[in-house]
Design a protein around this ligand. Structure first.
Ligand code: AMP
Ligand code: MG
Length: 335
């Protein structure tokens, strides 16, 4: 089965074609970073309008790259949530319309399930069960994964997502948008142990996270420093070290609690090198990541999730669709 995947939940238009037998055939990504940069964050209305401009041309591009005609698409998978409602509705409307026009089935995909399954696109995929750490701009989740659609939420952030904390700390330090990768690059020039930041919520039991205090701690440290370039780098490193160490402590705890020995990491922050080094050092654990280009939002993970759920794909008799701005992984069931 050849699945067309459409991702439009936030500020990236991602399109891909996945073949259940041959694997990924082609994919394309358009990032709206430049569009939102002057506002310092994603402007939902601008995001929706840009998805409208980019989705169809990217679908044409991917079909050309895969050397396929429209008639050779067997099914459509589109992100239906969680995310920005207007942005989601663009992908849902286009996905459902294509399926209707081609008389093929379509399926609404949960964006977080897409991220969670994305490391399975690689050549040596992890086997179930595993602990999934989902770290993005909007979410920080620890999930017990028994199989496709068999998810139990172990813990989540009670305030800012870890990517959001990276971005806000970067903004406060005067770095450009989106700050996460820029802060990570700056941290490489920081002096280790110059500042000691807290590891929030690690001294009590449980698997929830809190990252907003870390951002405030970084702000106060900056205000009380000489505010030289080196202070910026030192604070960036102290912040990153604390965030990474906190994630690692909770991952170890989640492995112990579930009895699993595999961690699967995904989402934009899974590109962070310090996080990868720290997680790789956890004793007796195997850690899997998506390839760097699939850490952030992309169409490949949505097409792949669609292929994993092909038994749930149905042709619609009436072309209706909806978006779910909030959609917990706990609500999903196996295909
Ligand atoms: P996503 O929400 O999955 O699209 O991922 C975007 C988030 O990942 C943003 O908050 C980025 O700042 C963050 N991010 C991307 N690369 C890195 C990195 N190398 N280190 C830390 N955060 C990152
Ligand atoms: Mg995402």
């Amino acid at each position: 089965m050849r699945v067309l995947g459409i991702e439009s939940s936030c500020d990236e238009t991602g399109i891909a074609l996945y073949d259940s037998e041959k694997g990924l055939l082609a994919h394309a990504l358009y990032s709206q970073i430049a569009l939102h940069a002057e506002y310092g964050g994603v402007v939902p209305e601008l995001a929706s309008r840009d998805h409208i401009r980019k989705t169809l041309p990217l679908i044409e591009q991917v079909l050309t790259e895969a050397n396929l005609n429209r008639s050779e698409i067997d099914a459509v998978a589109y992100t239906a949530g969680p995310g920005l409602v207007g942005a989601l509705l663009v992908g849902a409307a286009i996905g459902r319309s294509i399926a209707w026009a081609l008389d093929i089935p379509a399926l609404a995909i949960n964006h977080m399930e897409g991220h969670l399954l994305s490391p399975l696109l690689e050549a040596h995929p992890p086997a179930f069960p595993f602990v999934s750490l989902l770290v993005s701009g909007g979410h920080t989740l620890l999930v017990d994964v028994q199989g496709v659609g068999q998810y139990s939420l172990l813990g989540e952030s009670i305030d800012d997502a870890v990517g959001e904390a990276f971005d806000k700390t970067a903004k406060m330090l005067g770095l450009s948008y989106p700050g996460g990768p820029i802060l990570a690059a700056l941290a490489e020039r920081g002096i280790p142990d110059k500042y000691e930041f807290p590891r929030p919520m690690t001294n009590r039991p449980g698997l929830d996270f809190s990252f907003s205090g870390l951002k405030t701690f970084a702000m106060n440290t900056w205000r009380n420093s000489a505010q030289m370039e080196q202070d910026k780098a030192d604070i960036a490193l102290a912040f990153q070290t604390a965030a990474v160490e906190t994630l690692a402590i909770k991952c170890k705890r989640a492995l112990k609690q579930t009895g699993h020995s595999t961690i699967v990491v995904a989402g934009g922050v899974s590109a962070n090198k310090a996080l990868r080094t720290r997680l790789d050092a956890i004793p007796n654990a195997r850690v899997y990541y998506p390839r760097p280009e699939f850490c952030g939002d992309n169409g490949a993970m949505i097409a792949f999730a669609g292929a994993m759920r092909q038994s749930a794909m149905v042709k619609q008799t009436v072309p209706t669709f909806s978006a779910k701005p909030r959609w917990s992984l706990n609500e999903l069931s196996p295909p």
